[in-house]
Design a protein. Structure first.
Length: 94
């Protein structure tokens, strides 16, 4: 990007919005990410994220769970240290 402006939430210090400019100084892409505090894990989690490409007229949206019966499941358990690391990545990739 030629220039990037980030808008930071004053409480969490997370970048929640961004404006991305091309090398001509024209607004090219915008982004928004909604964060929420999960008291059960005492952590901030990324919620809905939206990325708009204004030149292409396209967008990407993720973490849209409003149609799901259950929301996020955090700290479910059932994981072991062996589920992480290079060997676990190889097993998952098969």
């Amino acid at each position: 990007y030629g220039k990037r402006t980030m808008y930071i939430d004053e409480d969490s210090w997370f970048p929640v919005m961004g404006d991305n400019y091309d090398n001509r100084g024209e607004l090219w892409r915008t982004s928004m990410v909604n964060y929420f505090y999960a008291p059960e894990t005492q952590t901030w989690q990324a919620g809905v994220g939206l990325y708009h490409d204004l030149n292409a007229g396209s967008y990407l949206a993720f973490n849209l769970i409003n149609e799901q019966r259950n929301g996020y499941v955090l700290n479910k358990g059932g994981l072991a240290p062996g589920d992480f690391g290079p060997e676990a990545a190889r097993r998952a990739g098969k």
